[in-house]
Write a protein that binds this ligand. Sequence first.
Ligand SMILES: Nc1ncnc2c1ncn2[C@@H]1O[C@H](COP(=O)(O)OP(=O)(O)OP(=O)(O)O)[C@@H](O)[C@H]1O
Ligand SMILES: [Mg+2]
Ligand SMILES: [Zn+2]
Length: 512
Amino acid sequence: MALARTYAVALVGVHGHLIEVEADIASGLPATILVGLPDTALREARDRIRAAIVNSGETWPNSKITVGLSPATLPKRGSGFDLAIAVAVLAAAEAVPPSALAGKMFLAELGLDGRLRPVPGVLPAVVAAQGDVNTVVVAAPNVAEAALVPGVQVVGASTLTEVIIWLRGGPPPSLPPVPEPPAGPMPALAMARKIDLAEVLGQSEARLAAEICAAGGHNLSLLGPPGAGKTMLAERLPTILPALDTPAAIEVTSIHSVAGRLPAGSGLVTVPPFCAPHHTSSMAAIVGGGTGTVRPGAASLAHLGILFLDEAPEFHRDVLDALRQPLESGEVVIARSGTQAVFPARFTLVLAANPCPCAKANGTGKGACSCSPAARRRYLARLSGPLLDRVDVKVRLQPVSRQDMLYDRKYAEASAVVAQRVAAARDRSAARLAGTPWRVNAEVPGAVLRRTFAPKPDSLASLDRAMELGQVTARGADKIIRVAWTLADLADQPQPGPDQVNLAIGLWLGVA
Ligand SMILES: Nc1ncnc2c1ncn2[C@@H]1O[C@H](COP(=O)(O)OP(=O)(O)OP(=O)(O)O)[C@@H](O)[C@H]1O
Ligand SMILES: [Mg+2]
Ligand SMILES: [Zn+2]
């Protein structure tokens, strides 16, 4: 009869917190008590763990068992504590030597038959344990993900029995050798086929807008008739964005892991994610939430990448409204029974819309749109307010003619070429913004923009005029200056000049 302890991890949002799991076996009436804020799933764990231990041929101690999870103040959710609790109980009963648990952490769900099951969020869990433990034990399908964290030895097992034999000094669980995680994006996020900006023919303004949006992190709206290439262009944005550096890749991969969207055996996500939720998506699917475990939504899955709302006016109004919070603060806060989950959600928003609800082309021919101007206005008005306010660059696409297409095939630039200019522009803005919390022009607050990064007055003459005419509000002026800076960065100029301010005004008004 003794006390044993080991470690597991609780996830709050996408961050892991090391949890000490203690099991105490005392004389008294047989009972199992869990203390330390367990949720329903954890309470169910008690019966599951007991069945797993018994079905693994071990004895469930017939005494008073107390399992404590500390710190008690942290919310603990999900089934990832099963294995840690099981080995702590077995060690307290001296069925395995308690000293064998030193320096180890256990992260897996147990099946009633003693099988180990993978759990979401292994990457942030191992990141949290780094430095405190030297070995992490996970279910076989989680091995590759756990192994992404340097400096921690990963042991993958398929059953509780394998873990027990190993803790008793026997051979470690023998798994097929862990494949090196593939470099680059994980399969689910990787492009289904290789896509390239060069495939978008004509549409030179829209292509330039995409480049500006990639270089400065500006939100973008694409308005145009069906078949003009709006969806095509948006999907190709990640191909011109710089790859994620390692801290960013760990953050993005953690979010996808917590969401349960990381396929077994995948590597770090290094390509900026592209997330295109359907317009029928629920609030929980877009901003996060859900019943039971709180999961990140599309806004967080798009963190440091692109959130694409195709056919944007068709989204539920309350969903569009809910995107205001992440657009403002770069994160989503979900309140749940006394606790809060915070998920990062700093994405570039790209909206696409047809100018009218019938989604037919303009013109007078057969099959052309015959909607009233009022109907068209009402349709687009669904976007105004909450979202269009946050869009710095608005483009109207025209249908591409066959001639344009044939002509452009020779000249359309490839993603690799554009990506180089984007990277160079980003380097310039990063150098200018060094020592500030901002990396791209779109992030610089208006006050700082006016105080520290104001263009020369003679560059701003046309902007002053547009403001006098009431075409541009003060808020619009800030956006225009941000975009003008991006244009200067793309042109390798130290300051935005009058031409860049003019173009930025056009892009903001949507008449470029
Ligand atoms: N600019 C373009 N260059 C080359 N192909 C194009 C272009 N625009 C459209 N296409 C072709 O038309 C198809 C449809 O384009 P896309 O889905 O991007 O249009 P869209 O503007 O999103 O239309 P919708 O409003 O109907 O969604 C593409 O798969 C492509 O084959
Ligand atoms: Mg489309
Ligand atoms: Zn119409």
